[in-house]
Design a protein around this ligand. Structure first.
Ligand code: FMN
Length: 191
């Protein structure tokens, strides 16, 4: 894994969470959800300081579900991060400036189940005040509480194209995708 971009050498690694991030409400998120999801890519992290794991995602979004601010993403059932989400029932979705793209993609390149990727990745882990894990380099952190895990069943979809996509994905790995819904508990942005 390459070194961090040079702009990261600003002494911020020594700073505490509350020196780096400020709390905002979900209504104050001013990023475009399509850009965040499809171009920036969320890094989803679950676990606690002694053991945590991250993966990259590219689908999903956020909005209101049963009147609660909620995020959603689609994770393959065998992702190690999903296992940790189920165990802890909390997780973060972190979004990074473009200069950290390489690190973001690295977290999506191999599983933490059988690698040391969390030690190898050139990012600085940080604990939120609630004890969830993210990274000091993130510019937006959304903390979530797991509310719903739903299996993508091809029978529930109408376009044939989507049914085919879900069946193809199933054949590839022998596991289905899970829709993961999480109530937004905190939103943090870089100061
Ligand atoms: C850009 C990008 C987007 C990805 N999007 C998803 C996704 O939406 N859902 C998913 O299950 N895996 C997705 N992946 C794959 C996982 O990030 C990858 O398999 C990762 O190694 C899983 O890590 P884990 O087993 O440690 O949780 C994506 C990977 C990349 C590089």
């Amino acid at each position: 894994m390459k070194k961090q971009p040079s702009s990261a050498h600003d002494g911020f690694k020594e700073m505490h969470f509350d020196q780096l991030f400020t709390h905002i409400s979900p209504e104050e998120i001013c990023d475009n959800v399509f850009t965040l999801t499809g171009k920036v890519f969320p890094v989803i992290t679950a676990g606690k300081e002694d053991q945590y794991n991250s993966m990259t995602a590219s689908g999903g979004g956020f909005g209101l579900l049963f009147m609660k601010p909620t995020t959603w993403c689609i994770l393959r059932e065998d992702r190690y991060t999903l296992e940790m989400i189920q165990k802890e029932q909390t997780y973060t979705m972190s979004y990074f400036p473009h200069e950290y793209k390489e690190q973001v993609l690295f977290l999506g390149s191999k599983s933490g189940r059988d690698s040391e990727k969390m030690k190898e990745v050139a990012l600085t882990s940080v604990q939120t005040p609630s004890g969830d894990m993210s990274f000091k380099e993130a510019r937006l952190i959304i903390e979530c509480k797991l509310t719903q895990l739903t299996t993508a069943n091809p029978a529930d979809f109408y376009p044939q194209e989507t049914k085919d996509l879900i069946n193809k994905a199933f054949k590839e790995a022998n596991v289905y995708r899970k829709y993961v819904f999480g109530e937004i508990t905190h939103v943090w942005v870089k100061k």
